[in-house]
Design a protein around this ligand. Structure first.
Ligand SMILES: Cc1cc2nc3c(=O)[nH]c(=O)nc-3n(C[C@H](O)[C@H](O)[C@H](O)COP(=O)(O)OP(=O)(O)OC[C@H]3O[C@@H](n4cnc5c(N)ncnc54)[C@H](O)[C@@H]3O)c2cc1C
Length: 492
C-alpha cells in the first residue's frame, strides 16, 4: 500500500466501499492502515456489488459504473477476466451472425477487442476466418473468432475499471448474501483480513457457478436435468517456440481427412494421435487436438484435456480436477514435442491457474432460455443481446464425443433480460454462464462474447435500478434496451 497522501486517499476510498471489517470469530479483522493509522470508513455501502470478475462480471462492473453507479467488484483471483485470463481460455468465440457478414456482438465486447487490437493484444475477428489456425481448422460456427493475449486483457480490464471508477477487490471470496427478507442486500466476503460485510442496492452474481443466487435461495439446476451431467472440464495450456509453418503444413495436408464417426470428431492431428496411441504414448480418451494459434505466431492455446464429471461447487471434486488436468497436460505436451512437426523445441509457457469449468449451476429466472429459442432464432422484445453461437456440448455422448448444432432459422437469436432476473429473490441479477437457461441453451450462450454482452446488460440494468429506485424485476425492459443501443449494443 502506498504510504503517501494519495495512497491514503486511495486506501480510504477502498475501505469506504468494503466497509468495516469483522472477523468470522467475532474479533475485528486487521484494517487497511498507513503508518499504523486506521483508514477504515464506517460505511460499507455501494450501489452495485458484482461478485466474480470474469468476462461477465468485469463488463457488468464497468457498465454499471459508466452509468453512474458506485461499484465494487470482488474477485477471488488476482486479476479480472475469469476463464479468459486465469483459465487461459481462448479465442473469443464468434461475435458475428450466422452468415459471417455482420458483427452482432458489439458494445463493451467490441471496445475491449478494439483496444486490445490497438496495443497488439488481439487480432480483430474480421481477420480470423473459419477453417484456419485461429479456429483449430474448425469450419462450422467458428468464423470470426478473436485470438487475444490473456496478459494484455488483464491489464486492459484493470485500466477500464479504473477509468470508470470501479473499485476492485482481489483475493476476496463471496461467502454469503446479506438478506433483508427476500431481498439480497449485500454480501459477506472473505478476505485476507477476515470476513467483511458490504451492503449494496443491487448485487450481480457473475460467479459462473451462481453462488450468490444459490445461497440466497434462488432455485437452481446443476447441469443437465436428465442425467445430472455437466460438460467436462479442461485444463488449458499455452505453448511457445513452435514453428507455425511446419504445424500448418501438416494439418493443411491432412485437413480433407477430418471426419465424424459415432459422435466423435476426428480433426486436427488425429493422424498423429493415432500414431502416439499405437506407440503407447497416448492413453487419453481424445482422438484429435484442439489447437488455437495465439496472437504471436509461435504460440498456441491447447484445448484438449478433458476431465469428466467435475463439480466446481464441490471443493474435493474441483481440487481433484486441477491435478487430473495437469497430468493430462503433461502427456499432451510430451506428445507435441515428439509427434507434432515443428514442435520438437516447444516450451510449455503455462497452464491455466484454474481448470476450465464449462458448466455447473443454472439459475431459474423470470424466463428460461431453451435450445429451441436459439435454434429457431427467436428474438423476444426484451432481448439484451443477439448471438449466433452454436449449441456446443462437449462429452455429450461419452468422453470422446461432441455435439455441435448451429442456428437453423434466421441468422441469430436473442437473450431476454428476464434470463438475468432470478425467481424468488429481489435485489439480484445474474450475468454469465449461470444465467437462466437450460443446459443445452447455456451450451450456446456460455461463450465469452455473449457472456460479456450479458455483463454489460446486467451492469446497465443495475445502474438504472439504482437511479430510478426500482427492483430489477420491475425495471422497464424497453428503457434498458434503449440505453444498451445508445451505448453501442447491436440489437437488430
Ligand atoms: C475449457 C473451456 C473452453 C472454452 N472455450 C471457449 C472458447 O474457445 N471461446 C469462448 O468464447 N468461450 C469459451 N469457453 C466459455 C467461456 O470461457 C466461459 O463460459 C465464460 O468465461 C464464462 O464467463 P463468466 O464470467 O460467466 O464466468 P467465469 O469466466 O468462470 O468467471 C467467473 C469469475 O468469478 C470468480 N468467482 C467465482 N466464484 C467466486 C466467489 N464465490 N467469490 C469471488 N469470486 C468468484 C472466478 O474466480 C472467476 O474469475 C470455454 C470454457 C471452458 C471452461
Amino acid at each position: 500500500m502506498e504510504c503517501n497522501r494519495r495512497g491514503f486517499l486511495k486506501s480510504a476510498s477502498l475501505a469506504a466501499v468494503v466497509g468495516a471489517a469483522t472477523a468470522g470469530n467475532g474479533q475485528d479483522a486487521r484494517s487497511p492502515s498507513c503508518n499504523g493509522q486506521d483508514v477504515r470508513s464506517p460505511s460499507g455501502d455501494v450501489d452495485v456489488l458484482v461478485a466474480g470478475g470474469g468476462p461477465a462480471g468485469a463488463c457488468a462492473a464497468i457498465a454499471a459504473a459508466r452509468n453512474g453507479a458506485r461499484v465494487l467488484v470482488v474477485e477471488r483471483g488476482n486479476c479480472l477476466g475469469g476463464m479468459a485470463t486465469r483459465g487461459l481460455v481462448g479465442p473469443f468465440m464468434t461475435c458475428y451472425d450466422k452468415t459471417g457478414s455482420v458483427q452482432i456482438i458489439r458494445g463493451l465486447f467490441n471496445e475491449i477487442v478494439e483496444r486490445l487490437v490497438a496495443r497488439g493484444g488481439a487480432i480483430h475477428p474480421k481477420d480470423c476466418r473459419a477453417g484456419t489456425a485461429f479456429t483449430s481448422w474448425i469450419k462450422v460456427g467458428h468464423d470470426h473468432c478473436t485470438p487475444f493475449e490473456p496478459e494484455a486483457l488483464k491489464l486492459l480490464l484493470d485500466e477500464m475499471c479504473a477509468e470508470a471508477g470501479v473499485k476492485v477487490l482481489f483475493h476476496a471470496d463471496f461467502v454469503k448474501p446479506l438478506m433483508d427478507g427476500t431481498r439480497v442486500a449485500g454480501a459477506t466476503l472473505f478476505t485476507k483480513a477476515g470476513f467483511r460485510d458490504v451492503r449494496a442496492k443491487v448485487v450481480i452474481d457473475a460467479t459462473g457457478d451462481g453462488d450468490v443466487a444459490f445461497r440466497a435461495g434462488v432455485p437452481t439446476e446443476f447441469g443437465d436435468p436428465q442425467g445430472k451431467r455437466v460438460q467436462p472440464a479442461t485444463m488449458f495450456f499455452r505453448i511457445g517456440n513452435c514453428d507455425l509453418k511446419a504445424i500448418t503444413a501438416d494439418i493443411e495436408a491432412n485437413k480433407d481427412n477430418f471426419y465424424r464417426k459415432d459422435g466423435v470428431n476426428y480433426r486436427s492431428l488425429h493422424w498423429r494421435v493415432a500414431e502416439a496411441r499405437a506407440a503407447g504414448d497416448w492413453n487419453l480418451k481424445r482422438v484429435s487436438i484442439g489447437l488455437f494459434r495465439g496472437v504471436k505466431e509461435d504460440e498456441w492455446f491447447i484445448n484438449t484435456s478433458r476431465i469428466m464429471g467435475v463439480n466446481s461447487t464441490d471443493p474435493e471434486s474441483w481440487s481433484a480436477a486441477e491435478s487430473a488436468g495437469r497430468a493430462q497436460v503433461d502427456q499432451i505436451f510430451r506428445f507435441f514435442k515428439k509427434y507434432v512437426p515443428g514442435c520438437a523445441d516447444a516450451r510449455l509457457l503455462c497452464t491455466g491457474s484454474t481448470v476450465g469449468v464449462r458448466e455447473s449451476r443454472h439459475i431459474f429466472g423470470e424466463y428460461r432460455l431453451t435450445v429451441d429459442d436459439c435454434l429457431e432464432g427467436r428474438v423476444p422484445a426484451d432481448s439484451i443481446l443477439l448471438a449466433a453461437n452454436s449449441v456446443d456440448i462437449h462429452g455429450r455422448f461419452g468422453p470422446m464425443s461432441n455435439q455441435y448444432v448451429t442456428v437453423k432459422n434466421g441468422n441469430w437469436y436473442g437473450v431476454p433480460y428476464r434470463c438475468l432476473v432470478p425467481k424468488a429473490v429481489d435485489g439480484l441479477l445474474v450475468a454469465g454462464r449461470c444465467l437462466s437457461a437450460t443446459s443445452e441453451a447455456a451450451g450456446a450462450v456460455r461463450v465469452m462474447p455473449p457472456v460479456m454482452a450479458m455483463g454489460q446488460a446486467a451492469g446497465t440494468a443495475a445502474a438504472l435500478c439504482v437511479k430510478n429506485t426500482v427492483a430489477p424485476r420491475a425495471l422497464d425492459a424497453a428503457t434498458l434496451v434503449d440505453t444498451l443501443k445508445k451505448q453501442g449494443a447491436y440489437l437488430g
